[in-house]
Design a protein around this ligand. Structure first.
Ligand SMILES: Nc1ncnc2c1ncn2[C@@H]1O[C@H](COP(=O)(O)OP(=O)(O)O)[C@@H](O)[C@H]1O
Ligand SMILES: [Mg+2]
Length: 306
C-alpha cells in the first residue's frame, strides 16, 4: 500500500492567528491519511471542520505547522508532482472578460501545450464538462453552475493523475451534481485518483470508495463506505394491511389508513412475523430493510465531538 499511495498525509497540523491576532485557531489537528491509486476519496465534514485547509496544505498552497504531505511520494512543491495534479478551488473565480475556450487556452499555455494540442484539449474538455453551449459567452455571464464546470475543466485539462476538488458539487442543481458525479466516476475508470471535499453527504455516498469524516480539525472516522453503511440492515419495517397478529400488534410504529408499519429488529423475527401474517387474514404490503446511512454516521460523529 505504502509504495502505491498517491496521497500520504501524516501528522498534519495547521493553525491560524485568531481574531484581532488573539490566540490561535487550530484548523487541522494531527491528520493522517493515505489514498491509493484509482480511489475516489471523500473528505466530509461540517463547515469550518478544516477540509479546505487540508486541501490547501495538500497542494502546497499552505505551509503546515507540523506534519507532511507527499503526493506520488514527493512534496507538493515538487514540479514533477504538480504536473500530475488538477485542483478545483472552493469558490473558483475567473477573469470575467474571457470566454471559456479562451480561458482554457490560457491554461493550456501554462501547461506548455502547443497550439494544435491546446485546441484539441480545449474542445474535448468543454464537451466533457458540458460547456459546449456556452462557449461564446463571456465568463461574467456564467451561472454558478457554469463557473463550477469551467473550474472542473481547468482541473482536468492536462489529464492529471490526481484530481483534488474542493466542494465540486456546491452550487449545482441535481442534474449538475449528477454530471459531476459521473465525471468523477469516469476519472476513476481512466485510472485516476480523485480526492474531494463535500458537505453533501448523498453525493459522497453514491460514488466514494472511502470517506473520512473530519470534525473540528480531527479525522473522526475513516473507512470503506460499503462496510460502514451498507452492511447488514439495522432493522426492518414491514407494512401490513389488516389486523397485525399478536404479539406484533404491540410493535406497531405507525399507521396510515388500513396500513400499519411494524418494526422488527432482525431477520429471524422478520421470518416469524411474515409467517404469522401469512396465516392470518392480513397481508404484507412491503418489507423495508433499514441500514445506517452515511448521514446517521456523520451526525453521530459530529455529536460525539461537540
Ligand atoms: N486564512 C485563515 N485565517 C484564519 N482562520 C482560517 C483561515 N482559513 C481557515 N480558517 C479557519 O480554520 C477553520 C477551518 O476552516 P476550513 O478549512 O475552511 O473549513 P471547511 O473547509 O471544512 O469549511 C475555520 O474555523 C476557519 O475559520
Ligand atoms: Mg471549505
Amino acid at each position: 500500500m505504502a509504495e502505491s499511495a498517491v496521497i500520504e498525509i501524516s501528522g498534519l497540523v495547521k493553525s491560524f492567528k485568531g481574531h484581532l491576532g488573539l490566540g490561535r485557531k487550530v484548523a487541522v489537528s494531527g491528520l493522517d491519511l493515505s489514498v491509493g491509486r484509482g480511489e475516489i476519496f471523500g473528505l466530509l465534514g461540517p463547515n469550518g471542520a478544516g477540509k479546505t485547509t487540508t486541501l490547501k496544505a495538500m497542494i502546497g498552497l499552505l505551509r503546515p505547522d507540523a506534519g507532511s504531505v507527499r503526493l506520488f511520494g514527493r512534496p507538493p512543491s515538487d514540479v514533477s508532482a504538480r504536473a500530475r495534479i488538477g485542483f478545483l478551488p472552493e469558490n473558483p473565480y475567473f477573469y470575467d472578460y474571457l470566454t471559456a475556450p479562451e480561458f482554457l487556452d490560457f491554461y493550456g499555455r501554462l501547461h506548455g501545450f502547443g497550439r494544435a494540442e491546446r485546441r484539441r484539449r480545449v474542445e474535448a474538455t468543454l464537451e466533457r464538462v458540458g460547456l459546449d453551449a456556452g462557449r461564446s459567452q463571456a465568463l461574467r455571464k456564467f451561472s454558478k453552475g457554469m463557473v463550477q464546470r469551467l473550474g472542473l475543466a481547468q482541473a482536468i485539462l492536462h489529464d492529471p493523475d490526481l484530481v483534488i476538488l474542493d466542494e465540486p458539487m456546491s452550487g449545482l442543481d441535481p442534474i449538475g451534481r449528477r454530471e459531476v458525479r459521473d465525471l468523477i466516476l469516469e476519472l476513476r475508470e481512466a485510472g485516476k485518483t480523485v480526492f474531494f471535499s463535500s458537505h453533501i453527504l448523498q453525493d459522497a455516498e453514491l460514488i466514494c470508495d472511502r470517506v473520512g469524516i473530519v470534525v473540528e480539525g480531527r479525522l473522526r472516522h475513516l473507512g470503506v463506505l460499503d462496510q460502514m453503511v451498507r452492511s447488514k440492515p439495522r432493522w426492518f419495517e414491514v407494512a401490513v394491511r389488516g389486523q397485525v397478529p399478536s404479539p406484533w400488534d404491540r410493535e406497531v410504529a405507525s399507521a396510515s389508513g388500513e396500513k400499519v408499519m411494524v418494526k422488527v429488529p432482525d431477520v429471524a423475527e422478520l421470518g416469524r412475523l411474515l409467517a404469522a401474517v401469512a396465516e392470518s387474514p392480513a397481508e404484507v404490503v412491503s418489507v423495508w430493510p433499514r441500514r445506517e446511512s452515511l448521514e446517521d454516521l456523520f451526525m453521530k460523529e459530529v455529536a460525539r465531538e461537540r
